[in-house]
Design a binder for this molecule. Structure first.
Ligand code: SAM
Ligand code: SF4
Length: 478
């Protein structure tokens, strides 16, 4: 489970906002949030909806019905800004149409593209009312008021002295009631400055939420029915939150406290950095059954030369050694990763070292990308940029190997009995679906009353991206 890029709307994620009734005394206003990017953006969209709820904003399915539209953007890879401007062109038509009918529409651009290209957005799309970076969501109500008052655009892309987590309302019921899985952001930002990455510039320095605030939010989630929480952060395993006694807690300690919440069956975390995979966290995989045996641990490259150029701070063998220790702690642990092919300076030998690392480690699932220069990052101006056709060929070869490994991992589960947390009805009548500990979707014949339970399933068949199985017996895990 990584922080994946995807295009989702508020309606699709089912996440924000949670209260079905408009704030008292204010007319209901429609809010439509379009979310691009990682799970952290999905979480942020939910929090933006939360801060706007007291102003009377309620989710609506379409931008045409919305008094306010938020485009929550991602800047991690190619053509991010162009995609934003193309979407804004579409939203402008909707705004013009609504204006012709006497309806006001506030358009806000949030997220990492807003952070990186704020002035450009206002220059090229003057119909945008608000541009806000990821660190200023808690100021959104004030920005809405300012936009309405001033009749001009409001831009907030600084990194304010106050921490946004201290000001965002707690997520009382952060998911649609009945949701069994939830994201919980515990850490943001990054101080590592990998050569290729915009995150330290768009999300700012690494900040961890205090332990008490994380635990309180997790308890509320569990009370609302959540059974699986995915802890999120750009460097989630660098978590160092203030503990209740003024001490500092790492992720292992936090996971232990979360695992003690009655009713919380499963804990995941993403995205981790190999440098922060410390002994305590590895031991936590041995000692905490609720910590799922599936870890997204990006390695990016198998070549020490490229890892150095990327400023990753570890070698390929360091990574192999971490994986060895993880398997010692939890033999059924499977790995997912991120890879970049074609970083400046990458030769055929360097790429072969990546292929070798993949063969040595084996991955249950992985994401791989062609290096895409991000303006302002060190690698963008580096010599020895790799031609596109070479990147294409390497990506194809890597993805073929990763696909083979993913299929082999899924096939290895056929005949085994695994716990499945059932979360929804299946696509076919009479079917219910859930997730294995390794996040594969699993479908069985079963009745909807089993949704919400974690039950043993014997896997009978591997499909392209999911598994079929049969319920073993109606015994609840955990
Ligand atoms: N913090 C995580 C880590 O250290 O691995 C990564 C977070 S980043 C949001 C997600 C992934 O996007 C990275 O692991 C990397 O593979 C990919 N990525 C980031 N910048 C990229 C770029 N300029 N070109 C291609 N892929 C990139
Ligand atoms: Fe980006 Fe590197 Fe930080 Fe991950 S660790 S967010 S890749 S700078």
């Amino acid at each position: 489970m990584g922080l994946r890029c995807a295009g989702t709307t508020a309606a699709m994620t089912g996440l924000p906002p949670s209260s079905p009734s408009p704030a008292r005394g204010l007319p209901a206003r429609g809010l439509h949030v379009i979310t691009w990017g990682c799970q952290m953006n999905v979480y942020d969209s939910a929090r933006m909806s939360d801060v706007l709820r007291p102003l009377g904003y309620q989710p609506v399915e379409t931008p045409e019905a919305a008094d306010m539209i938020i485009l929550n953007t991602c800047h991690i890879r190619d053509r991010a800004a162009e995609k934003v401007f193309s979407e804004l062109g579409r939203l402008r038509k909707i705004k013009d149409e609504r204006t012709a009918h006497g309806e006001q529409t506030i358009i806000a651009v949030a997220g990492c593209v807003a952070q990186a290209e704020g002035q450009e957005i206002l220059a090229r799309a003057p119909y945008v009312d608000i541009v806000l970076g990821p660190q200023t969501y808690h100021r959104l109500p004030e920005m809405v008021a300012r936009a309405a008052r001033a009749g001009g655009a409001v831009i907030e892309t600084d990194f304010p002295a106050e921490q946004k987590f201290d000001f965002l309302p707690d997520a009382a019921a952060p998911q649609t009631p009945g949701n069994l899985t939830a994201f919980l952001t515990i850490q943001e930002g990054c101080d590592k400055f990998c050569s290729f990455c915009v995150v330290p510039y768009t999300r700012g320095a690494e900040v961890s939420r205090p332990v008490a605030s994380v635990l309180a939010e997790a308890r509320r989630m569990v009370e609302s029915g959540v059974r699986e929480i995915s802890l999120l952060g750009q460097n989630v395993n660098a978590y160092h939150g203030a503990g209740p006694q003024g001490d500092v807690w790492g992720l292992a300690q936090l996971a232990e406290a979360l695992a003690a919440i009655p009713g919380l069956n499963r804990i995941r975390y993403a995205t981790s950095h190999p440098r922060d995979m410390d002994a305590a966290l590895i031991a936590a995989h041995r000692d905490i059954p609720a910590l799922m045996p599936f870890l997204h641990l990006p390695v990016q490259s198998g070549s020490d030369k490229i890892l150095r150029a990327m400023n990753r701070g570890h070698t390929a063998d360091d990574y192999r050694e971490i994986v060895r220790k993880l398997h010692e702690a939890r033999p059924d642990l499977a790995l997912s990763s991120d890879f970049i092919v074609g970083h400046p300076g990458e030769t055929d030998e360097d790429f072969e070292a990546t292929m070798q690392l993949v063969r040595d480690v084996t991955f249950a699932q992985a994401y791989s990308f062609k290096y895409s220069p991000r303006p302002g990052t060190p690698a963008a101006g580096a010599p020895l940029q790799v031609p596109e056709d070479v990147k294409d060929a390497r990506l194809q070869a890597l993805q073929a190997l990763l696909r083979e490994q993913q299929d082999a991992f899924n096939q290895s589960l056929v005949g085994q009995t695994v716990p499945v947390l059932f979360t929804s009805e299946g696509r076919k009548p009479g079917q219910i679906s859930g997730r294995s500990p390794w996040l594969q979707p699993v479908h069985v014949t079963g009745t909807p009353d089993l949704i919400g339970q974690e039950l043993p399933v014997r896997i009978t068949e591997r499909l392209t991206n999911s598994l079929n199985g049969v319920l073993e017996e109606e015994k609840v895990y955990a």
